[in-house]
Ligand binder design. Structure first.
Ligand code: GSH
Length: 223
């Protein structure tokens, strides 16, 4: 039986969604983020040394990292579902987006989270205006332009095909949903990028997505 070590409001929601799409049985062990630090509780380090979510166990095998988990689950339980056939243009696009989500898209999103939270951290009162000034400058000069670059790119790619790898929904769309959700939480997705907004709407309408939401409980990407 597969166990999903599920942190609230986190990337592990994608794994629940994939398992629902594949109709594979699983059980959930739940963990709650620390309210102040947003970090996962230390118990998760007993499952994997990094203590991050998602991580799954399947018998004696432990697998961390969303992309690796998606590859494992689709290979072992997919019977060809949700992955384009090998040696096709769609497969190459699939591989690209599977890696791009965590390898490229999440970096500026994480930086934006850090620099927006930085001025709110505990510090001597006289330091706050200085820290706010530095954080704003980094955001304006580097982070925001990088976010615009990436989100314009994703939006343009969805002008070619309705899903990231092509005409069919694949596991790469599940992987891409997290950065796109995070973009929506930061007002980067909406009327100004309607294809990404439509991508989220179509994703949310899938019955497996709805079942995964019910199974996982609260899910909001940290904005
Ligand atoms: N690239 C990793 C990122 C894992 C990650 O950072 N997960 C976050 C949740 S979205 C986490 O566990 N945060 C809590 C912590 O770092 O303690 C993946 O895709 O699995």
């Amino acid at each position: 039986m597969i166990t999903v070590h599920h942190l609230n409001n986190s990337r592990s929601q994608r794994v629940l969604w994939l398992l629902e799409e594949l109709d594979v049985e699983y059980r959930i062990v739940r963990y709650q983020r620390d309210r102040n630090t947003l970090l996962a509780p230390p118990e998760l380090r007993a499952v994997h040394p990094l203590g991050k979510s998602p991580v799954i166990t399947d018998g004696d095998t432990t697998i961390a990292e969303s992309g690796a988990i998606i590859e494992y689950l689709t290979h072992r339980y997919g019977n060809g579902r949700l992955v384009p056939a090998p040696d096709t243009p769609a497969r190459l696009r699939y591989t690209y987006w599977l890696h791009y989500a965590e390898g490229s898209a999440m970096t500026p999103l994480l930086l934006s989270l850090i620099f927006r939270r930085m001025p709110k951290a505990p510090m001597p009162f006289f330091a706050r205006p200085l820290v706010r000034g530095i954080a704003d400058k980094v955001k304006r000069s580097f982070v925001d332009p990088q976010l615009a670059l990436h989100f314009d790119f994703m939006e343009a790619e969805l002008a070619r095909t309705p899903w990231f790898a092509g005409d069919e929904f694949t596991a790469a769309d599940i992987q891409m949903s997290f950065p796109v959700e995070a973009g929506q939480a930061r007002d980067l997705v909406g009327a100004q990028r309607p294809r990404l907004a439509a991508f989220l709407q179509r994703s949310h309408a899938r019955p497996a997505y709805q079942r995964a939401l019910e199974a996982g409980g609260e899910f909001a990407v940290l904005g």
